[in-house]
Structure formats: C-alpha cells, structure tokens
Design a binder for this molecule. Structure first.
Ligand code: G1P
Length: 286
C-alpha cells in the first residue's frame, strides 16, 4: 500500500566534521553498515519499492553504494566468497528503484520533501530520516503502516522525551487516543520546554498523504530561514486528520556523536561475531 519512501540526505553533517568532509555523514558505518542502509532496509522490509533520496552532487558515494557492483561480485564469487557477494549486492535491493534528486539549497526538511513531489504523485508515502536508527521487533515503519491501514490518514512516529531535550524536536499536542494511536490536535517545531504542548516528540518516521505538498508550497520560511515539515503538517491539520503512534522500541539519535556511539555499542553487543569480545573490552575499560 505504501510503496514510496523519501530519505532526505542533503545535509552538511557539520557535527561530524572532519569525518563528514569527504564522506557523507549518512555513509559513516555503525559496525559494518552505513547508517543510511539501516533506514533503506527498514523501508524495503516493509514493502517499499521506490526510494527517493533528496541529496547533493557531493554525496555521490550514496548513489554508488546502492548501485550493483557486478565486477566485484564476480571476483568474490570466483574466489569462493559467495557470502560476501550477498553483503555487497543484497538481493532485496534488486526489486527497488532508487532515485537521486539534488537539493540545491539547504532550506530545511520541508523544502527537501517538496523535491519529491513529482515522483510521489498522488500516493501516500513514507519519510525516513536516516539519522534516527530504530531497533525493535516490529519496525517503526511497520508500526506506522498498521495505523495508516486503519485510519487512511497521515501518521507520525513519536516518543517520550524529557523536558531538557524537548526543544530539539517537533512536538505534538495529543487529542483522542483511539486504539493505540493518538489523534493530533496540533504540532509545533522545536518549542521551549515551557511552550511544549506535551512530551511526545516526533521521531524520524512519517507516513503522509500527498496532500502535504499543497501545504508545503504555502509554508513560509521560519525564523531560522527554513521551510519546516512540521509547519506544513500543522497547516494540513486544519483540513484533515492526522495521527501519532507512540513508537514501541529502542531509538538512537545518530545525528549526535553520543547517539552514534551509543548505537555502535548497542549493535556491537548484539552482533554474535563480536559481542563477547566487546563485552570484555567494555568491562576492562569501565
Ligand atoms: C527534524 C524535524 C523534527 C523532528 C526531528 C526528528 O528535526 O524537523 O520535527 O522531531 O527531525 O529527528 P532535525 O533533527 O532535522 O533538526
């Protein structure tokens, strides 16, 4: 039902300089997989078969990463390393069409999403912000798809955030709670803890109806000079319902250094090939 997903990856990644000078931040690995691939796999595992990257020409390596490398696959197969070929060119990527649209100016998340309008057409679509890495039995996107199937309205993943950090997120004003999902009364981008209407912050997964594009087009630049997706959703709420789903699982904010390291440790502890060693290393260090 949801077949298309947008992944905004054009940001400069300044928090990760100098690592992000020549390598896109999204290509930095958590263990042995680039951060962006976790979001791409989450999308594909949930039936998405068109992935639209909103990117920049400098980030060519993202395109290279999702393109089949037949030459190396052949070499690996010849030398008996068939297992590695599956990592190099995952089978599940074969059925997916990847698009790369350049965002010339960095004018915010809303501005980035607007670039996908032509390819999305009149379809509902997912947005995955690759900085947010989710680990759960049922993926975050799957949890949203379940709500979308029932409500046929836009749905956004939220999680509880403490007062101290709420100013970093979009925050919803919750309305009625309807069997596992919450009707959104209002939404505000990066409020102070005093202004925040709740402790439910938007995390990086959305399913939106295409009507969002109409609202994005009439959304004005905010005081930081950006077109905010949150402001467009706020405008959409005046015309149609939208829902929030409290995400059930773990979330790592890999847009920050501590979140990135946290995700690396958490995934290392779950990787059978290294976990025992990592446990020993941590024990020795602490
Ligand atoms: C963006 C959104 C914000 C959301 C956040 C989730 O902010 O604008 O509403 O809560 O992603 O990660 P950014 O992190 O790009 O500043």
């Amino acid at each position: 039902m949801i077949k298309k997903a947008v992944l905004p990856v054009a940001g400069f990644g300044t928090r990760f300089l100098p690592a992000s000078k020549a390598i896109p931040k999204e290509m930095l690995p958590i263990i042995d997989k680039p951060l962006v691939q976790y979001a791409v796999e989450e999308a594909i595992n949930n039936g998405i078969n068109e992935i639209i990257f909103i990117t920049s020409p400098e980030k060519y390596s993202i395109k290279k990463h999702f393109k089949k490398n037949k030459e190396l696959e052949l070499k690996l197969n010849k030398s008996g390393k068939m297992g590695l070929a599956g990592k190099l060119n995952p089978e599940k990527f074969n059925k997916v069409k990847f698009y790369y649209i350049n965002q010339e100016q960095q004018n915010g998340l809303g501005h980035a999403i607007l670039h996908a309008e032509r390819i999305i057409g009149k379809n509902p679509f997912a947005i995955l912000l690759p900085d947010d890495l989710f680990i759960s039995t049922k993926s975050c996107l799957e949890q949203l798809i379940e709500v979308y199937s029932k409500e046929k309205s836009s749905v956004i993943a939220v999680n509880e955030i403490d007062d101290e950090n709420i100013h970093k997120y979009g925050v919803i004003s919750p309305g009625n709670n309807i069997s596992g999902s919450i009707e959104i009364d209002d939404i505000i981008e990066k409020p102070s803890s005093e202004e925040a209407p709740s402790n439910l912050a938007v995390c990086g997964r959305y399913i939106l109806n295409y009507s969002i594009f109409k609202h994005l087009k009439s959304t004005e630049f905010d005081k930081s000079g950006e077109i905010q997706l949150t402001d467009a959703i706020r405008s959409l709420l005046k015309e149609e319902k939208a829902f929030a789903k409290i995400y059930d699982g773990e979330k790592f904010d890999c847009g920050s250094k501590d979140g990135f390291v946290h995700a690396t440790i958490a995934l290392a502890l779950r990787d059978e090939s290294i976990s025992e060693n990592i446990k020993k290393i941590i024990k020795d260090l602490v």
